[in-house]
Design a protein around this ligand. Structure first.
Ligand code: ADE
Length: 244
């Protein structure tokens, strides 16, 4: 059965990229079941109000809880299976390749896209009584809303679902799969505008090439992301020492 992805948003058009390219193809082939819902469906007043000013004062508007509550009631029936709810928020847990791997194993993910200054906290508290809820941050910066974050999370997760990506081998070696950045890559021609492909890659010495890639990955990680290097387990360096 396909992995089910529900997105509740004020702006369904924002999710249109999910119809394109590899995600669109995975949907057509029945590997992903993506359903985008407009939150205003669950309003009842003439203005279809979804927000109001914050209790306690402060700038901006907060999303009212009632439409969210009705959306979850309808999309997640009491007697059936429960999705894992992902709420994009700059106050959430940092999104990583590890989290993407974890989410790719779920049969059903639901995404709640906040806008304005955020969603009434009781929406999350109440949802937690019915399903597993994870607030997820893309990084330490602020977007207008959760829609773009959902595009990012769905893209990172979908390509880890078996069958969605053509070549599963490309997942094993890529940046962040082993905690390091990837070594630089080259293709033909061997010389271009006076710039040459590193000779070792043309040498055919498989074992040396593997070591070169590993060393360049380490160097690049040390230069660009010393925080990743510091987070590696000490066994990584023990193994490295033994290999040189
Ligand atoms: N919504 C607004 N900013 C965000 C961020 N940095 N990550 C996830 N969702 C967000």
């Amino acid at each position: 059965t396909p992995t089910r992805l529900d997105v509740v948003t004020l702006f369904p058009e924002y999710l249109q990229p999910l119809e394109l390219s590899l995600i669109g193809r995975a949907r057509q082939r029945g590997m992903l079941d993506v359903r985008v819902h407009e939150l205003r469906t669950w309003t009842h007043d003439v203005h279809r109000t979804v927000d109001d000013s914050p209790y306690g004062g402060g700038p901006g508007m907060i999303m009212r809880p009632e439409p969210w509550g009705e959306a979850f009631d309808e999309l997640v029936p009491e007697d059936g299976p429960r999705p894992r709810l992902i709420v994009p928020s700059p106050a959430g847990r940092p999104f990583t390749q590890r989290m993407a791997t974890e989410l790719a194993a779920e049969p059903w993910l639901m995404f709640a896209c906040g806008r304005y200054e955020g969603i009434d906290q009781r929406v999350i508290d109440h949802a937690r009584t019915r399903m597993e809820v994870t607030e997820v941050s893309l990084g330490d910066y602020v977007l207008f809303g959760g829609e773009v974050a959902v595009l990012v999370i769905v893209e990172a997760v979908a390509r880890l679902i078996p069958g969605v990506l053509g070549n599963a081998a490309s997942i094993v070696d890529e940046s962040h799969s082993d905690g390091l950045l990837e070594a630089p890559m080259y293709t033909k021609p061997a010389e271009w505008r006076g710039l040459e492909v590193p000779e070792i890659l043309l040498s055919g010495h498989h074992a040396r090439i593997v070591r070169w890639k590993r060393d360049r990955a380490l160097l690049r990680t040390a230069q660009e992301r010393p925080d990743l290097l510091a987070a590696l387990p000490s066994e990584f360096f023990d193994e490295y020492d033994r290999s040189v």
